[in-house]
Design a protein around this ligand. Structure first.
Ligand code: PBG
Length: 332
């Protein structure tokens, strides 16, 4: 890019002199339309249970789900993402509770679709909340078996779609699952159910608090490096995204968020599909704890989210969704 002008004729501070002017020339912004709210759900009645290490984040029993959904509605959050905390006695190697039409996610989708019609529902396709070993797939001969897992994932996706889920989000990182899920959805007349593929999901150390929240952390004895991406790599991300788009992904997720802004930006510049990003649980905990301890001020949340937009994400899954939507509303 050519540099035009020079000091003293050009003074870049001129356009920073007042708030209205900075607003006028701002290149990126965040609105409530860019936010996706993750919600943890659990069995039982009348419980709102705090999640360890994620101050302000709770698990809701289905009867209490309207409390958080009313907030989402009030602050005009376009979509929520559901994550279940499955009772231990319902977990097994095959994660079969994922296919139970009365499982937590199915009941939650039904409630939301009935009582909160204007809000989209997105569901993870992966087995980790349901397996006795905490992995996203089934273990056969000591390995996470790709093709056996995909067969179950296709059924999981179909079940979610039949309950009314709008956006199917495979976060399992098995090969070939997007194509098979798309095919099954189409064969069953779910042409309008979209697929948001977690195509670029790194084997990250920043998922810890989430794993506690869905109850898989204590189960997990090994890491997820045989299926999630190696964080030393980038060009592999192009291959993942390219394959998933070919297989029928409508949108692409990059995850984690803040320390992967380079990846978001490169994918955005090379593929013409909507790119979403996930500000994951570890990132939330770091920031939230620093704010609670008065090490950082609250505006750091907004700064972290605008960074995603600057990098090229069209929307962000973030545990700060309600906080920030509230704040945006009070600014406008
Ligand atoms: C599981 C899944 C994970 C997250 C979303 N879906 C964890 C993992 O892969 O171990 C992480 C979200 C977060 O940390 O906030 N498929």
């Amino acid at each position: 890019m050519k540099i035009l002008g020079s000091y003293p004729k050009t003074r870049l501070r001129r356009l920073r002199k007042s708030s209205w002017l900075r607003n006028l020339v701002s290149e990126n912004n965040i609105s409530n339309n860019d936010l996706i709210l993750p919600i943890f759900i659990r069995e039982g009645k009348s419980k709102i249970e705090p999640v360890k290490n994620m101050p302000g984040i709770n698990r809701y029993t289905i009867d209490k789900l309207p409390i958080i959904m009313n907030q989402a509605k009030k602050y005009k959050i376009p979509m929520v993402a559901l994550f279940p905390y499955t009772p231990q006695n319902k977990k097994n190697n095959f994660g079969l509770e994922a296919l139970n039409p009365k499982n937590l996610v199915c009941r939650a989708i039904k409630l939301i679709k009935k009582r909160f019609t204007g809000i989209g529902v997105m569901c993870d396709v992966a087995l980790d909340p349901y397996t006795s070993h905490g992995h996203d797939g089934v273990i056969i001969k000591n390995k996470i078996d790709n093709d056996a897992t995909v067969k179950i994932l296709v059924k999981q996706a179909l079940l979610q779609a039949s309950m009314g889920c709008d956006v199917i989000a495979p976060s399992d990182m098995m090969d070939g699952r997007v194509g098979l899920i798309r095919k099954a959805l189409d064969q069953n007349d779910f042409h309008d159910v979209s697929i948001l593929s977690y195509a670029v999901k790194y084997a990250s150390n920043f998922y810890g608090p989430f794993r506690d929240a869905v109850g898989s952390k204590s189960k997990l004895k090994t890491n997820k490096k045989t299926y999630q991406m190696d964080y030393r790599n980038f060009s592999e991300a192009y291959r993942e995204v390219g394959l998933d788009i070919k297989e029928g992904a409508d949108m692409i997720m990059v995850k984690p968020g803040i320390i992967y802004l380079d990846i978001i930006n490169k994918i955005k510049n090379n593929f013409n599909v909507p790119i979403l990003a996930y500000q994951v649980s570890g990132e939330y905990s770091l920031l939230k704890n620093a704010i609670n301890n008065k090490i950082l001020n609250e505006n750091s949340i907004l700064e972290s989210l605008v960074a995603f937009k600057r990098a090229g994400a069209c929307a962000i899954v973030t545990y700060f969704a309600i906080d920030i939507a509230k704040k945006i509303r009070s600014i406008n």
